[in-house]
Ligand binder design. Structure first.
Ligand SMILES: Nc1ncnc2c1ncn2[C@@H]1O[C@H](COP(=O)(O)OP(=O)(O)OP(=O)(O)O)[C@@H](O)[C@H]1O
Ligand SMILES: [Mg+2]
Length: 265
């Protein structure tokens, strides 16, 4: 069990990217899940209950688990450490090194709803500094500073391996983003000159094709829409370069020029 330890803005969430996302329990994600907003303080005790439940289940299954939370309050730490010890897990404190002024600066430039008040950041910081010399007595087996680990390199290697897995939909991800790729599949090998696929969910689908004529400055996705004429059954194709283009094509109100495959309009 790895507890990140640092005031708001010290870089816990960035550091947590070195671990597989499914192994990270992140207080802000649970706030979003329980209270609709990662910065909400309205459901704090429920958020801690959910975090502790999930942690306990994972520890029981022997799964490596990282807790991305400030963990500056001794009482919270004590409960999590007790859970780790009960399940025989090695308990690691992963401390974030930046000084208070860095945390305050980073926090000050965040969007208002993600900004933690300066006095709270200072209090969290002081709590962590005070706790540091006594963490072994609290039951931590290892006390490590993130700055002593190859955090960025590990994160990049992990993301590179994921990228390789996602290669089949790399073009979709690059143009439309990861969430859009979850709605997309390529068709099997088809007869036409272009590779085709579709965004689909429930009863609807939007056919697209990847138009690559060898010009590196002009390869693009095109979505299938109706022919702009009243009389031709089409199909016509319109370039789609963003989610907004895709949504418009799905509404059959394409933003860009549309060309009909049948009548050449
Ligand atoms: N090593 C770094 N170098 C430069 N900027 C960084 C670094 N780590 C984090 N940051 C910046 O600081 C900001 C805060 O980082 P991060 O979100 O990881 O902090 P946090 O400890 O998770 O904060 P919180 O407790 O509020 O969730 C980020 O938005 C990022 O811009
Ligand atoms: Mg964070």
């Amino acid at each position: 069990m790895i507890l990140l330890l640092g005031a708001a803005g010290t870089g816990k969430t960035r550091t947590s990217r070195m671990f597989p996302p499914e192994s990270v329990l992140r207080a802000d994600d649970l706030r979003a899940l329980c209270a609709g907003d990662p910065g909400s303080q309205q459901a704090n005790s429920a958020v801690w209950d959910v975090l502790e439940s999930a942690l306990t289940i994972r520890l029981r299954l022997g799964l490596k688990t990282v807790v991305d939370a400030t963990n500056s309050a001794a009482a919270h730490r004590a409960r999590l450490v007790a859970a780790g010890r009960t399940h025989g897990a090695p308990v690691v404190a992963l401390l974030l090194g930046p000084g208070l002024s860095v945390a305050q600066q980073r926090n000050a430039v965040r969007p208002a709803r993600r900004r933690v008040p300066a006095d709270i950041v200072a209090e969290q910081y002081a709590q962590v500094v005070a706790a540091h010399p006594h963490l072994d007595k609290e039951g931590f087996d290892h006390i490590v500073f993130a700055e002593s680990l190859p955090v960025l390199g590990t994160a990049l290697e992990r993301l590179a391996a994921e990228e390789e897995k996602n290669q089949a939909t790399a073009d979709v991800r690059r143009v439309f983003g990861d969430a859009a790729a979850d709605l997309f599949d390529w068709d099997g090998p088809g007869g036409g000159p272009y590779r085709t696929g579709a965004f689909a969910a429930a009863g609807e689908s939007l056919a697209v094709r990847w138009v690559d004529d060898g010009d590196p400055f002009d390869h693009r996705f095109e979505a299938r829409v109706s022919c702009p004429t009243e009389w031709c059954p089409g199909p016509a194709w319109t370039p789609v370069r963003s989610m907004a283009d895709l949504a418009a094509a799905h509404r059959n109100t394409p933003h860009d020029e549309t060309e009909c495959e049948r009548c050449d309009t």
